[in-house]
Design a binder for this molecule. Structure first.
Ligand SMILES: Cc1cc2nc3c(=O)[nH]c(=O)nc-3n(C[C@H](O)[C@H](O)[C@H](O)COP(=O)(O)O)c2cc1C
Length: 372
């Protein structure tokens, strides 16, 4: 019988399905709901020391649908948590008491100041959370304050800030990378070389959902105006898979043993299997929970277990990163194809050694030797 139980950076998880930072982990009530529904871990909505600086607008989501009305793309211009830091500290302690075995990971973000990062790490760590995710990747609103993606887009700053955090953290730390860069591999390397246990990718992709052809205003429209926002959901999955693959290669080649939390458009066990095959230790789901509800984790687990049983994989480790070996260069594809074509053109029946004569193909083999 395959098992979904897995241990990542010393954290024991009942399964690799993790709630990604966002609305599904936005207060103790919903975090508790997620743990009760069987999620392997919950990453809370990103918190900071001063929530008074965070003011959200509405509407702040815009969705892309297919002709049959299925939601495949989701844009948000939501900021980090607008709930007071002290309230969060109380709630994190309460969650630890109520769910001692539940895995809660704190997503944190601060301004570019060492003291602030050390303070947030030390105070949140004291609540008993299992680990940290550093939000270096929110693409809207926060970069105006030089936070989020503004940090993730500077390799030097991300490396420096991760180093500050590692000086204060006594629990595992994952750096959440922005996809809004030329090379996410360089981002992974910058964070990992500062000593963090793992990376998480991807956060949302900077986007403009569309323009209303009646009002001529881009969406989502707030008092007639907007800002580009973060794109998530099924539509980003191919891009996320490519970026996860690039992070996995950095870990394989330069930081063996570090972890990777894969994110982007995951809505099923089959999606999860693909991200694990490309190197994910865990898989995060955010928009999928907003579409389907917390209990979507059950069919996801069943589907992943069925995939494992079909391939005789006993554990997540048995297939983690398995498909990375099938990436190569385009020149190598050309060479392989030429070789395959040449092999096909060679007459199959030609006997090279006497041991190759077969009773079932004797006449064809004789014939082939007559043709040369
Ligand atoms: C409405 C919304 C709010 C989000 N808020 C945060 C956040 O506070 N911190 C963070 O690190 N990521 C945040 N994210 C990004 C998600 O955690 C995730 O990286 C991204 O949406 C891609 O995964 P998905 O397709 O499963 O949603 C948010 C995403 C959405 C849709």
């Amino acid at each position: 019988m395959p098992t979904l139980e897995t241990t990542v950076d010393g954290i024991k998880l009942p399964n690799p399905f993790v709630i990604g930072s966002g609305p599904p982990g936005t207060n103790a009530n919903v975090v508790g709901k997620a743990l009760e529904e069987g999620w392997g871990a919950v990453i809370i909505k990103t918190i900071s020391l001063e929530s008074s600086k965070v003011t959200n607008v509405a509407p702040r989501y815009a969705r892309l649908r297919t002709a049959s009305k299925e939601i495949i793309g989701w844009q948000n211009i939501e900021l980090i948590s607008d709930r007071p830091f002290e309230v969060w500290l109380d709630e994190l302690k309460m969650l630890k008491d109520k769910y001692p075995d539940g895995v809660v990971i704190a997503s944190v973000m601060e301004e570019y100041e060492k003291d602030r990062w050390v303070e947030i790490i030390e105070r949140v760590q004291a609540t008993g959370v299992a680990g940290f995710e550093l939000n270096f990747s929110c693409p809207h609103g926060l970069p105006e304050r030089k936070m989020g993606a503004a940090m993730g887009q500077s390799l030097e700053i991300m490396h420096e800030v991760t180093g500050w955090v590692m000086g204060a953290a006594k629990i595992p730390v994952w750096a959440k990378l922005t996809p809004n860069v030329t090379s996410i591999a360089a981002g992974a390397e910058a964070a990992l070389s500062a000593g963090c246990q793992g990376v998480a990718a991807i956060n949302t992709i900077l986007s403009v959902m569309g323009v209303d052809l009646e009002t001529l205003r881009p969406e989502p429209t707030v008092e007639g105006y907007t800002v580009p926002g973060g794109y998530s959901c099924t539509a980003v999955k191919p891009i996320a898979l490519r970026m996860v693959k690039e992070c996995a290669e950095v870990i394989r080649d330069k930081f063996p043993g570090r972890s990777l939390s894969a994110i982007g458009g995951i809505e099923s066990g089959k999606d999860a299997a693909q991200f694990i095959l490309l190197g994910g230790d865990t898989v995060q789901v955010c928009t999928g929970v907003m579409k389907m509800g917390y209990d979507c984790v059950k069919p996801m687990q069943d589907e992943l277990l069925a995939f494992m049983a079909k391939h005789n994989f006993e554990t997540i480790a048995d297939f983690k990163g398995h498909s990375l070996q099938y990436f190569t260069t385009h020149a190598d594809l050309v060479r392989r194809q030429a070789e395959a074509k040449a092999a096909k053109a060679r007459p199959k029946a030609v006997v090279a050694k006497d041991g190759e004569w077969k009773g079932s193909e004797f006449v064809q083999q004789s014939d082939a030797l007559a043709r040369g």
